[in-house]
Design a protein around this ligand. Structure first.
Ligand code: ADP
Ligand code: MG
Length: 254
C-alpha cells in the first residue's frame, strides 16, 4: 500500500491513486481544522467514523438515484471513489440559521429559515473561500448555467432526503456543505456528488435538546467532540457494539 501514488493531501483527507484507472482511494485522517485552517487539532477516531458515515449517507443517496463518486469502503479509513473533475465550489444548503450565516444576518442561532437557502463559496484556501454568486461562477467559467441548474437541483434533493433521514434518528440537519464533480464517459458528462458528507461538513443538532453533534464542538471548544461523532454513527446504526455481526438499521425515534 505504501508504494501507491499520493495524488493530493488535503486538510482532512489524503487521495491516492486507485487500483483501476479513473478511481481514487480517499483516506480519512483524524485531523480537524476550522476557521479556514486557522485552528487545527486532532479528533481521535474521527477518520474511522467519517469514513463510515460518508459511506452510509452516499449509499443511501445512491439508492434514491443521486449520482455519487462513492464505489465501496476498503477498510477502516479508506474508501474507493470515482475520480472526478472537482467543480471548485463549496455548495452550502441551510435550513436553520447558524454560524457565519446567523452573524451575517443578525439572526439568533436556531432560527428556522423560511425555506432552504443555497449559497456558493469559491473553494480556494488562500482566498479563504469567498462567497460567490451565480454570476461569478458562470463568468469565471467554474460551471456553466446548465451545470448550475443541475447542482442546485441535486443539492436540494440531497438536503431534503438527508433532512428526513436524520429526522428519523432524532437529529436536525441545520446545514450542510457539499462538493460536486464532473464524471466523463466518452463525450458524456454527469455531475456527481463527491468529497464527503460527515459531521465535519454538516451541522447536526439533537432534535430535543439542540445539543450539537458536529464540528462546532471542536470550533467552539465544547468538549466531547469524538463522542458526538460516535453518537451520530450510533444513531445511524453503523456503530457495532461488538463487531460487524451487531450491525443493525437506524434507530427510529418515537
Ligand atoms: P481540502 O483541504 O482541499 O478540503 P480534503 O482534506 O477535504 O481537502 O481532501 C479531499 C480533496 O479531494 C478535496 O480537495 C476535494 O475537493 C477532493 N475530492 C473529493 N472527492 C474527489 C473525487 N472523487 N475526485 C477528485 N477529487 C476529489
Ligand atoms: Mg475538504
Amino acid at each position: 500500500m505504501s508504494r501507491r501514488k499520493r495524488i493530493y493531501e488535503g486538510k482532512v483527507k489524503v487521495l491516492y491513486e486507485g487500483p483501476e484507472p479513473g478511481t481514487l482511494v480517499q483516506y480519512f485522517k483524524d485531523d480537524a481544522t476550522a476557521f479556514n485552517a486557522r485552528k487545527r487539532g486532532v479528533i481521535t477516531g474521527k477518520g474511522v467514523l467519517n469514513n463510515r458515515i460518508s459511506e452510509y449517507l452516499m449509499t443511501r443517496l445512491g439508492e434514491i438515484g443521486v449520482p455519487t463518486h462513492f464505489i465501496r469502503r476498503l477498510n477502516m479509513r479508506e474508501q474507493l471513489v470515482r475520480e472526478v473533475e472537482i467543480i471548485p465550489l463549496e455548495v452550502v444548503v441551510r435550513n436553520v440559521a447558524a454560524g457565519t450565516f446567523a452573524e451575517r444576518f443578525g439572526l439568533a442561532e436556531g432560527t428556522a429559515l423560511p425555506r432552504s437557502i443555497i449559497e456558493y463559496y469559491y473553494k480556494n484556501d488562500e482566498l479563504t473561500s469567498p462567497m460567490v454568486s451565480e454570476e461569478h461562477i458562470t463568468a469565471f467559467g467554474w460551471a456553466t448555467p446548465q451545470d448550475l441548474d443541475e447542482i442546485m437541483s441535486l443539492a436540494l434533493r440531497i438536503n431534503d432526503f438527508l433532512s428526513g433521514l436524520f429526522l428519523g434518528v432524532g437529529i436536525r440537519l441545520v446545514d450542510l456543505k457539499i462538493e460536486f464533480g464532473r464524471l466523463w464517459n466518452g463525450d458524456d458528462m454527469r455531475i456527481v456528488l463527491a468529497d464527503e458528507i460527515t459531521p465535519d461538513s454538516c451541522r447536526l443538532w439533537d432534535i430535543k435538546t439542540n445539543e450539537k453533534l458536529d464540528k462546532d464542538r471542536f470550533r467552539r471548544d465544547l468538549g466531547k467532540v469524538a463522542e458526538a461523532y460516535q453518537e451520530v454513527a450510533r444513531r445511524l446504526g453503523i456503530m457495532p457494539e461488538a463487531g460487524p455481526a451487531d450491525l443493525k438499521g437506524p434507530t427510529v425515534m418515537q
